[in-house]
Write a protein that binds this ligand. Sequence first.
Ligand code: SF4
Length: 322
Amino acid sequence: MDIHKTLLASLQKLARQHTEETLGNRSDYLGASDIGYCPRKVILEKINPSEHDLATLLRFQRGHMAEDIIARAFTAAGYSNFEQQVEVSIPGDIPLKAHIDFVFTSKTQKIKSILEIKSTNRIPDGPYSSWESQLYIQMGALAEKYPDYAIKGAILPIDLAAGEVEFFNGYTPQKTIFKGLMGKAEMIWSDYQAMLEGKEIEPDTDVSPLCGFCSHIESCPRFEAEEVPELVNAVDELQNLQEQEKHLQGKIKPCKAKLFNIVKQRGAIKTGGRFLKKATRSRKHLVMDRLEAFLADNGSSIDEFQESRSFSFLEIKKAKAA
Ligand code: SF4
């Protein structure tokens, strides 16, 4: 059995089932999460949905698990006043729906609180703008549906591998932001319809570091240009972090060497509730001289057992002035 193929096929099937059960046919409407993303990507995904690879499918499963964990935790904590996967249609000229992970209702206080779960690899310092856009649409949708209720919103990112959670709280519906996002939704929908009718239009694009995860980057006109100015900040940030890393390595090395010299000479010590000691591990390594001699005796050489393997990395060089 090819485990990779089996997992890929079965997770693709599960993802399709889950989408049909919870979201229906995504090409028939715009979802609240669509509005925060690049319009071109959203439209092309509706016209030509890409087959997800195993890594993406596993990330989807991780997202469902994160939601289940939070639901079980709230139930264990005695909460029963919440609904999960709440679908709210937004009235207007275009088919627009919000799917909300959790809605908590207090009938006595007349409050409905949205909780959006985001499973992520690393908890960011602040919420991503796409998360906030989705939440503002969800809150606006609930505010229209339940005018007697006060609406609140929060985002809970969860990093399952690191066991970390964050809570970005205190959101309330904002009419101006909601109106702006509705305008964007109308524009995406009208470009989508025009493309379905075969009209030659170039939908709006939104270049960001997330373009690396876009299945339509190869045909994207923004990357045909000589410069991609929207990525300047991301490259600056990477280079700053690399500088800091170099600087920190320069500080870590001597600091470690001084402490190591102490334990090497005086044995284990305890300080501030921590033990420091000299640890020794052994690792097998090839003794090249002996191996080469052995191979030569047998009419062979090390070159016959070496092959080149290519690997990829990000290279950043200063561009020549035009
Ligand atoms: S590559 Fe980036 S800008 Fe182009 S369609 Fe994809 S997400 Fe949008």
